[in-house]
Structures are given as C-alpha cells and as structure tokens.
Design a protein around this ligand. Structure first.
Ligand code: FAD
Length: 474
C-alpha cells in the first residue's frame, strides 16, 4: 500500500466525481471529527493534541453501490480505508492510524423493510440503533440487541464489532440475530450472503464479516431477527458469594430457563457501580434479573424456577423495584458522574469463559489487575452480564482516578497484565467489544496458528491490504 500524497490528491477529486462534492470532505474541522472513537488511548492522545490517527479525506456515500465503487477507487489508488459507523467503539477500531480514507456509513440510513411475517428487519449499515428501535417499536416489535451505546452506534457497527446487548442471555449476541448481510469488497463487488441463516449450501460467509471490523470489506446492509415487544418481569437477588450466583444461574440456564437479563455484580461493583446508580445502599453480591418474551404463564414459571434455584444457593430476594429502577437507569452507568473523564485512566477488560474456567479467570483479574495496581489507586469493578448455557462473561472495568504523567504506559501495562492473566486462566480475551487496536497485540496468543488462517483469508479478499490496516492483528 502506497497512499502517497499524490495518490490522495488524486483520490479526493475522483471521489467527488463519483459521490458529489458535498459527500467528500477534506476540511480540517471535518477530518478532526474522525480522530478518536471511545478507546482510552485515542481520547488521551486527542486531548494531548497528538491524535492516534486522522483521515486525509472522508467520504459519505448514500448508496450501497457507491460504497463498492469507493472501495474500487481506493484499491486503484492503494489508499487505506477505514469504515466509520457511530464511532462508539471502545477498541480503537475506527481510528484511521494510517490516514487515508474514512468511509462514514451514516449516509446509508434507510430502513429497507420490516417484515412482520418472517419477523426480520433489513436496514442499511448506517442506520442508528435508537432510530431503528423506535421504528420497530411503532410496529410492536423490537430488535433484541440493546447495547448501552445505541444512541450513537449503527447497524454496521453492531455487526462489525460482534457486539452484545443487555438482553443477550435470552436472545443471543448480534451474530445470533443476523439473517443475512450485504458486503462491499475491496475489488468493488457487492455480495449478498444466503438469505436465510440455516442452510447447507456450503460454508456461510455471513459470520466471516461479523466481527471483521472493516478489515475484509464494508457491510452495507443487514437483515436481522426481530421479536414482539414484550412485557417484563423484574427480580433482584442477594447472593452469599459470586460462586453461589454462578452456580444458581448456570443451573437455571441448563434447565432451559431463559431470563433476558442477568447482571450480577461482585462485592466491589455492588458498592461502587450498582449502588450509586440505583440510589440504594447495597453490599455483597447483587444480581438484577429480568424475565420476558413468552406467554405470561411461561415467564412467571421461569421466574419462579430461577428464584428458587437461587434460594437453594443461599440467595435472598431483594425488592423487585430495585431491578426496575436499574432497568430505567441502565444507561446512566455510562454518563457523568458515573462514567469517568480525563485525567482518569479507565478500560473494560470484558472476557468470556466456560463455567469450568470462569472462577479462575475472575481470580486472575483480581490478582493481575486489582491487587497489582492497588498502589496506583486502581479500582476494579466486575459484573457478570451475558450468560450462555456453557459459560458467562466478566465485564471488568478498571479505573485510576488520576493517571499522572505516565498514564499511557500505565494503561498499557494494566492491559498487558490483565489479558495475559485471563488467557493463562483459560479465558477468551473479549466477549463483545471486539479487537481494534486495543487487543491486536494479543491476537496470536488468542488464536495461535489460527491467526495465519485468518491472515490468508484477509490476503485473498484484500490483497493490497487497504482495509483498516493495523486492526485485528491481521
Ligand atoms: C458508553 C458505551 C457503551 C457501550 N455499550 C456496549 C454494549 O452494551 N454492547 C456492545 O456490544 N458494545 C458496546 N459499546 C461498544 C460500541 O458501541 C459497539 O461496539 C458498537 O457496536 C459500535 O458501533 P459503531 O457504529 O459506533 O461502530 P464504530 O465504532 O464506528 O466502528 C467499530 C468497528 O467496526 C468497523 N465498522 C463500522 N461500521 C462498519 C461497516 N458498516 N462495515 C464494516 N466495518 C464497520 C469500524 O471500522 C471499527 O473497526 C459501548 C460503547 C460505549 C461508548
């Protein structure tokens, strides 16, 4: 990849000829808007006036065919291309570290079809999460993917970062909700995956592009499963220990109960994270549980059975109103004063493991992050928020209120120690935030020889290496 000044100078007019002048930006103020997503080092670098990356040109296509044509042009000019959805990613995936072209997908903002017979919605990649949800709600439906970032994030970002929403324990992660994708390839082709998610016509390349973070192509539309808007039933539980809570919910899921939300806070997270947001003085291990989505009698039976299994593990029920308050305030966790700002250092090591390994992973995070960095004032708050029949995940949020002059080095050491300890304990280094820049250095440790196989696929689809270079460890 060359991306010389001359090639970029030629690319901008070619883009303008293709998309129209108003869809192509080279002005400083416009380019500055694409220097950081929500990755802490990107925010830190931007605040210091030395952003991790800045595009040379931004294109905002309005038609899917134009995305494909833009990629063909970028290939001809050998210019790096970074897809930009809502810029809400936490891993630095959308930061254009090599400059070049940013393709802002928010021009693809059409909800193409809501099919209430097949229970699917087809939306272009740039459709905003909240706008999509409102449109579905008006039809008595919902996309059961409720990430806390839906006010910024896009459909393409949901798919490309392999995300998860708060209701995932019942409905699955985004990869479980995808029926089909349309993708623009670097050679300028638009391809559609098979229009149903279950078939036997060879390998299904849908999942190849899920979590690919714009390194293989650009998702231009997604067909996703929707469900009827449900009534919700709330419960709150207090457990004698994390182990008791894990055992209760593991058993409940194994028996076929499917709460939509299980959010279990460990002792530190109950006090420092849950309590301030719900406005109740809580301690110990507390869990918020939500039931929904079936016949009322089925929902009630699942609730009763799950609470009974929790009681057998020593839990006591708290006022269900606590869980309802949590639901109503669930986005407050990510806003001031509950969300930190510079000069703090923060990050979320969100990891996933089987039930056999989850306790070792929890302990590894305590030892490698909480205890090791206690002298620097680090707090580690962990909750278990997405549950599967085979395992669960830990959302480990670390915070140092003032990073000091060596904040970046300290940030990187915490990540290195945390991820290394998680992998050694049998965990997987991410559940739903993706890889981006943040976890790229660990991809070999995670995948071993499998990373070479991924690199071969990347070379076949993107022989010039123009698609989001430096991300995903590819
Ligand atoms: C406060 C907060 C809360 C969050 N909560 C959640 C949560 O609950 N669950 C969750 O999963 N995530 C969460 N996130 C992370 C983030 O919002 C998600 O990863 C989201 O899916 C990213 O969508 P986006 O449109 O903003 O993508 P971006 O940040 O713009 O991009 C993410 C990556 O995907 C690539 N990309 C974007 N669009 C496309 C496309 N059309 N084709 C190909 N590649 C593309 C980008 O190049 C980048 O690599 C949270 C983030 C914040 C700031």
């Amino acid at each position: 990849m060359k991306s010389s000044v001359t090639q970029l100078a030629e690319l901008a007019p070619a883009l303008a000829a293709l998309l129209g002048e108003d869809a192509v930006h080279t002005e400083d103020a416009q380019l500055d808007a694409y220097t950081a997503d929500t990755y802490w080092p990107a925010i830190h670098a931007r605040a210091a006036g030395v952003p991790l990356g800045r595009p040379d040109v931004v294109a905002v296509p309005r038609r899917e065919e134009d995305v494909a044509a833009v990629l063909r042009l970028a290939s001809e000019h050998e210019v790096p291309v970074v897809a930009w959805g809502g810029g809400s990613g936490t891993q630095g995936g959308a930061v254009p570290t090599g400059g070049g072209l940013v393709v802002d997908l928010r021009g693809l903002d059409t909800i193409i079809e809501i099919d209430d017979v097949s229970m699917t919605v087809t939306a272009q990649a740039g459709v905003n999460g909240d706008i999509l949800e409102r449109a579905l709600n008006e039809r008595g439906l919902m996309l059961p993917h409720y990430p806390a970032s839906s006010q910024w994030a896009t459909v393409g970002g949901y798919v490309s970062a392999r995300g998860s929403g708060v209701l995932s324990t019942r409905y699955g992660k985004i990869e479980d909700l995808i029926v089909g994708l349309r993708v623009a390839l670097p050679n300028g082709q638009l391809i559609d995956s098979v229009g149903v998610p279950r078939h036997a016509v060879g390998p299904d390349f849908t999942q190849l592009f899920v979590g690919a973070e714009g390194t293989l192509g650009i998702v231009t539309r997604a067909k996703l499963e929707v469900v009827p808007l449900p009534e919700r039933s709330f419960a709150a539980l207090h457990f004698p220990s994390v182990a008791a809570g894990v055992d209760a919910f593991r058993t409940a899921l194994a028996r076929g109960n499917r709460p939509s939300v299980i959010r279990m806070y460990d002792e530190e997270a109950t006090v420092r994270t849950l309590s301030p947001v719900v406005g109740e003085p809580l301690d110990g291990v507390c869990a918020i549980v939500v039931f929904e989505g079936g016949e009322p009698a089925v929902v009630a039976a699942e609730r009763t059975a799950t609470i009974e299994l929790a009681r057998l593990e020593g839990a006591r029920e708290l006022d269900p109103a606590l869980a309802e308050t949590w639901w109503n305030r669930r986005y407050d966790f990510y806003k001031p004063p509950h969300h930190p700002e510079l000069p703090a250092i923060w990050g979320t090591i969100d990891v996933v493991a089987s039930y056999r390994d989850i306790h070792a992973v929890h302990q590894a995070l305590k030892t490698a992050v909480r205890d090791r960095y206690a002298p620097q004032g680090l707090q580690l708050r962990m909750h278990f928020s997405h549950w599967y029949r085979w395992g669960t995940m830990i959302y480990a949020r670390f915070l140092i209120p003032d990073g000091g002059p060596d904040a970046l080095a300290l940030h990187d050491r915490i990540w290195n120690d945390g991820v290394t300890a998680v992998l050694a304990a049998g965990g997987v280094m991410n559940d739903h935030h993706g890889v981006g820049l943040k976890l790229a250095p660990f991809m070999h440790a995670q995948h071993g020889a499998g990373l070479e196989a991924l690199r071969s696929i990347k070379s076949a689809l993107d022989p010039l290496g123009i698609m989001n270079p430096g991300k995903l460890g590819l």
